[in-house]
Write a protein that binds this ligand. Sequence first.
Ligand code: ADP
Length: 287
Amino acid sequence: MNTAEATTPPPVCRAGEGAMSIRKVGKIYDPEGVHVVALNDCSLEIAAGEFVAIVGPSGCGKSTLLNTIAGFDGLTSGEILLDGEPLATVDKDPRPGPDRVVVFQHGALFPWKTVLQNVTYGPVVQGAMSEEDANKRAQEMLSRVGLNDIETAYPGQLSSGMQRRVEIIRALINNPKVLLLDEPFRAMDTVTKSASHQYLLELYDATGKTIFFITHDLEEAIFLADKVLVMTTRPGYIKKTLQVNLPRPRQYSMLASEEFLAMKAQLVEAVHEEAVKAFEAGEREMA
Ligand code: ADP
């Protein structure tokens, strides 16, 4: 074995990790004051390595659910388990951790650091990798998503699609158990969005990470996920589970298949029903 092989960092994939049980979760914001019941009796199971998409009307509690998993917000009732261990309970203070990394719609790259510095910052600062190993891993991952020539560029020099790819690589280099994505491609034009889907799927196929993906785009949800969950209008819980049995790797031609269109019709109906309820209940913003 040569030196380069000996210093190669461990593979990103850790098969079999990242299973989540979300059990009867409730979240009330400001129980003594405005008393917004965002989640009520919300339960779902996510298998290790499963790609799950969550859809539902605006304000139904999607981000709240993500924030409770991420450890940004506490629970009012219920519990969340990660690989069988309690992650969030009513008695536990919420705590983010390197096993759950979030990528948001609006980027959070350090503008004063280069792409390579942004990606390697976490593992190097945490002492998880030497700078040399982190650079090597980052270069491998960046080239996997077509970004091999931009290591010395600054975020401000990149398109939004490229920035989001860098952020996803930055999340994955920390080898989380779960990748949490909150509408990461929402503001993108159609072409950039399709390219972003392709890169995300490639990373998913390569790493087998559990992915929890919030979106209001029903086609995107079906095209990417193994399972699409529809949330009710607030207080949110899972109203419908759609198993997506399209084979992987996913191809764009699948979007026109009868199977795809039938799944989309089911989701449109389920989400529309909830959007109407939300409107009637006075929620102004719709999915
Ligand atoms: P979604 O992501 O589905 O659009 P959210 O999870 O952001 O929905 O919000 C669910 C509900 O909780 C909304 O009615 C929202 O106004 C309310 N909410 C979210 N965060 C807070 C907060 N910090 N304080 C009070 N209410 C909140």
